[in-house]
Design a protein around this ligand. Structure first.
Ligand SMILES: [Zn+2]
Length: 335
């Protein structure tokens, strides 16, 4: 599932969206959805939860582990990660929603009515506050947040392109093997840790060249890195022949099969091959974590809080202020 699917989903639901964060209401509960990856959404319901521990264990029982992970109940919210395995986003969301709603009502949870800034009732708006969408007083939110900064579209992750990403990954592999090659060329020795670089650079290149945020892209990065491991070893063996014999690269390549007949040299190359594979695997793990890891909500850097502020009159959320129901026409009268 791509960010476009997420956009389509939010449009279907009538939710607002800034980058990879969507917000709206489900019944009496404000809900915030973060698009983490192509297969994971973080969903947070804001509610007044008297017994968060009880609710958390109830939800852990109701949800299959494959579908929902990292359930976290706090006195003012319940959050969980929805994991997709090829399902229709809207259908899986509605399924999760029905379970959450039944768990909330079974646990005696009620909508939150007090403002997180002043602690008073009588909220008139909804606004993204930290990692949740919460009822607030418009005046409190305006005081707490600087003037609305319009969302920077480029800050939103693009869905990317698999082909450009893979070109970046291949370039990364080539650049990443240069230090080890150069070391062999100059000294005739290699440093095992340098075998880490090709895989690491492959993931960096994939990201730099805007590779698509998909599991197939990540998997291909891993496959390329592993397949490249023996190539690096061969290149380094050639470089070490060039260093010790002073031959050209072509001549050293031609000499390699003869050199491998020497047990000592063959053993050294086999050991290098082992290190190359080992560090490629480590490089893949580190690269995956560093460059393609799950995006957490940038709460500290999320500077568009006030841009998310909606008066109750502009939302379907009318729990605390039913009198605002007809207010769009009031505003027209004022005009
Ligand atoms: Zn307030």
């Amino acid at each position: 599932m791509t960010l476009q699917d997420f956009e389509a989903f939010t449009n279907q639901k009538g939710f607002s969206r800034i980058g990879c964060i969507a917000y709206g209401t489900e019944g009496d509960y404000p809900v915030l959805i973060q698009y983490l990856t192509s297969s994971q959404w973080r969903i947070t319901f804001t509610a007044n939860i008297a017994q968060p521990v009880a609710l958390q264990s109830r939800m852990a029982v109701l949800f299959p582990k494959r579908t929902v992970s990292k359930i976290l109940c706090k006195p003012d919210s319940v959050a969980f990660t929805l994991c997709f395995h090829g399902e229709n986003p809207l259908e899986l969301y509605q399924y999760a929603l029905s379970i959450v709603m039944s768990a909330l009502s079974a646990s005696g949870v009620v909508p939150l009515t007090f403002c997180p800034f002043c602690g008073q009732d009588g909220c008139d708006s909804l606004c993204v506050v930290q990692d949740r969408y919460a009822p607030v007083h418009e005046t409190c939110a305006s005081r707490a947040y600087p003037p609305a900064v319009l969302p920077n579209e480029s800050a939103a992750p693009s869905s990317g392109n698999l082909i450009t990403g893979l070109i970046g990954a291949v370039l990364g592999l080539l650049v990443g093997c240069l230090p080890q090659f150069a070391l062999n060329l100059v000294s005739g020795y290699s440093l095992a840790a340098l075998y880490l670089l090709p895989a690491l650079f492959a993931f960096g290149g994939y990201k730099l060249f805007r590779g698509s945020d998909s599991s197939i892209g990540r998997t291909l990065c891993v496959v390329l890195s592993i397949l490249f491991a023996p190539c690096v070893t061969i290149l380094c063996a050639v470089a070490s022949i060039m260093n010790s014999m002073g031959f050209s690269m072509n001549a050293s390549f031609a000499l390699l099969p003869i050199g491998l007949e020497d047990v000592q040299f063959a053993t050294a190359v086999a050991l290098e091959l082992f290190y190359s594979f080992l560090f490629s695997v480590v490089g893949c793990i580190v690269g995956w974590k560093v460059f393609l890891s799950v995006r957490h909500i940038p709460t500290e850097t999320f500077r568009a809080h006030l841009a998310t502020l909606r008066r109750y009159s502009d939302t379907r959320y009318q729990q605390a202020q039913p009198s605002y129901k007809e207010s769009p026409s009031h505003e027209e009268e004022n005009f």
